[in-house]
Design a protein around this ligand. Structure first.
Ligand SMILES: C[S@@+](CC[C@H](N)C(=O)[O-])C[C@H]1O[C@@H](n2cnc3c(N)ncnc32)[C@H](O)[C@@H]1O
Length: 323
């Protein structure tokens, strides 16, 4: 497991908090939701009936395991299966099981920014699939992209599930996809999940449950800043707010200050003032359709080979190659 870049990551986190909370309007990156508590809360979100994304992608992978697995297969030299933002690997395990049981020669390389997620997944796989060759790594998407080029001795399949791409605005998504494309050879494949546009109410409900799990997940970023940077956010004074714009297909999460306050962040030597009802933008969850995905692919030098959807057509997984 790579922990060498940990100090660098802490510095990036520090700089991004400073920049985001000193800006107007204020913002923080959703990639910082995921510490031990955030990972657990995200697992609770995935288990909520409103959060349809996980069930849909699980259905797609379970019903098409053979077709997807065989798209990945390389009979001669085997392959490297690299997953970015792997989380707890719940859906990936369906494919890993098929691949191990059907004599695939492969290494599974999950990469995630959350140290806890990487540790848990590695332990879990060692227990559940002891013969699987796993090379897990802690890393940030854009940090690891350059190194992906080094996987050039045999086929590589890059996988991004959970519509993680939706956390990036379109220009950043194109930058991400272009860098992935640049790291790919003609035989390589990119397999990626994209949550689709649908009834706006269904989308809103997925990020706005009444039990308050999503609110706890959103507020956890402030709890994390309190702990890691000695800040004094009173997290219960921030309300979770979700908005979905059907025109752009963008769902946005905010934390809204319910009263005016000052927050001190000791390790940043920063005091942040909030007016009453001022917001911090914390996450975007972009929704797509075939036209948008085709446009993203074209802009990034990728070709859509095939796609898979669930019964309700809420979600799609696309397989791309280099155009
Ligand atoms: C929405 S969860 C999805 C997890 C998994 N792919 C799934 O479908 O269940 C996002 C995962 O990506 C990781 N992540 C988020 N932003 C990241 C980034 N910039 N670089 C690497 N990992 C990231 C998080 O730690 C988390 O485990």
């Amino acid at each position: 497991m790579d922990t060498k870049t940990q100090p660098q990551r802490n510095t990036t986190f520090k700089n991004e908090i400073f920049e985001g909370l000193s800006s107007f309007p204020k913002h923080l990156s959703s990639k910082y939701f995921y510490d031990k508590k955030g990972d657990k809360l995200f697992q609770d979100i995935m288990a909520m009936p409103e959060y349809y994304l996980t069930g849909c992608e699980f259905e797609i992978i379970s019903k098409n395991t053979v077709a997807i697995g065989e798209l990945f297969r390389d009979k001669e030299k085997g392959l490297d299966l690299i997953e970015l933002g792997a989380g707890d690997g719940k859906k990936t395990k369906v494919l890993l099981k098929y691949m191990t049981e059907n004599n695939f020669n492969f290494t599974y390389k999950p990469i995630d920014i959350s140290e806890n997620a990487v540790e848990m997944l590695s332990k879990n796989l060692a227990h559940e699939m002891p013969t699987l060759n796993v090379e897990a790594e802690i890393g940030e998407y854009f940090e690891v992209l350059e190194r992906l080029k080094g996987f050039n001795k045999r086929k590589k399949v890059i996988m991004v599930l959970g519509s993680n791409i939706g956390n990036l605005k379109h220009p950043k998504a194109i930058e991400f996809l272009t860098k992935l494309q640049d790291a790919m050879l003609p035989e390589d494949m990119l397999f990626m999940g994209f949550d689709q546009k649908k009834d706006p109410q269904t989308i809103l409900n997925a990020y706005n449950d009444e039990t308050g799990i999503t609110e706890a997940f959103n507020r956890n970023i402030l709890t994390r800043i309190n702990r890691e940077f000695r800040a004094d956010f009173e997290v219960e004074k921030f309300r979770h707010w979700e908005a979905y714009n059907p025109e752009t297909g963008t769902a946005k999460s905010f934390l809204v200050a319910t009263e005016a306050m000052k927050v001190s962040i000791e390790k940043l030597q920063l005091t942040v003032s909030f007016d009453q009802w001022e917001s911090i933008h914390t996450e975007i969850s972009q929704k797509y359709d075939d036209k948008i995905v085709s446009w993203l692919a074209e802009e990034s030098g990728l070709r859509i080979e095939t796609s898979f959807t669930d019964e309700k057509e809420f979600y799609k997984n696309y397989a791309f190659t280099k155009a």
